[in-house]
Design a protein around this ligand. Structure first.
Ligand code: ADP
Ligand code: MG
Length: 256
């Protein structure tokens, strides 16, 4: 039985930063998102779970326009995502994303991975970008790895570099797509601990994960998706102790 710990800190929840209204997405004739409605407030932490193929990755990829939705509205920090390309580019800078498979640049050092986008995209000087990167590498507890290449690091360290690299762009929102699924079990916690610290710092976070301990500790709301729909949304205590839908109950029976 999962122990439901109280939320990590009391924190401020602000105005709406993400608004999805009736969002639909298909691949060919196959509808992957079937009318998603979701409103996320600044500072909120959302955990998204659900069976494989339910549309979790597609949902968060639509949020930074790695995928384009075909119907409905997505508004991020006041900017509609259907606006011209410039609007979308600026939103992408504000929305960090961490993938299951790290996606670091193998030919660049840790420090270079962290400074590339701030220098190229934000136009920050190399010295300033490096100073920021070193501060953030400390925050994810790997300051001593700055000159190494990704291949020289463990999976847990690589994923912390990926988180640091995103944070170097000073995002307003962080999206995580199963960030610990590719890790050996003994490395899961070192990544989750960094994510808990990030949550405590007040970052708006949407995290696709089946780490239900993390969800119960950190999430303000847990979302359960199935077959392209949001089936249930509730604070963790309700979600785990009194799920409403049969589909949620069945899923929880499998993962807990
Ligand atoms: P989840 O992350 O919940 O496992 P996904 O969002 O990855 O689900 O996928 C939802 C559905 O969309 C799955 O049936 C998957 O096969 C399909 N799908 C995902 N990406 C593509 C794609 N690029 N082309 C065609 N089908 C896709
Ligand atoms: Mg997925």
């Amino acid at each position: 039985m999962l122990e439901i710990a109280p939320s990590v800190t009391n924190h401020q929840i602000g105005d709406v930063i993400i608004e999805m209204r009736k969002v639909e997405k298909s691949y060919g004739s196959y509808k992957v998102l079937r009318g998603i409605n979701l409103s996320v407030s600044r500072g909120e932490r959302i955990v998204i779970c659900g069976p494989s193929g339910s549309g979790k990755s597609t949902l968060i990829r639509c949020l930074n326009q790695l995928e384009e939705h075909q119907a409905g509205e997505i508004i991020i920090d006041g900017t509609p995502m259907s606006a011209g390309a410039r609007g979308i580019d600026s939103i992408r800078r504000e929305v960090g994303m961490v993938f299951q498979s790290f996606n670091l640049f193998p030919h660049l050092t840790v420090l270079e991975n962290c400074t590339l986008a701030p220098i190229r995209v934000r136009g920050i000087s190399k010295a300033e970008a490096e100073a920021t990167a070193r501060t953030i590498l400390k925050r994810v507890h790997i300051p001593e790895q700055a000159q190494k290449y990704p291949i020289q690091l463990s999976g847990g360290q690589q994923q912390r570099v990926a988180i640091a690299r995103s944070l170097c762009m000073s995002p307003k929102i962080m999206l995580f797509d199963e960030p610990t699924s590719a890790l050996d079990p003994e490395m899961v916690n070192e990544v989750l601990d960094v994510m808990v610290e990030l949550a405590e710092s007040g970052m708006t976070m949407l995290v696709v994960t089946h780490e239900m301990g993390f969800a119960s500790k950190v999430a303000d709301r847990v979302i359960f998706m199935d077959a392209g729909e949001i089936v249930e949304v509730a604070p963790p205590t309700e979600f785990f102790n009194a799920p409403q839908s049969q589909r949620t109950k069945k899923f929880l029976g499998q993962v807990l």
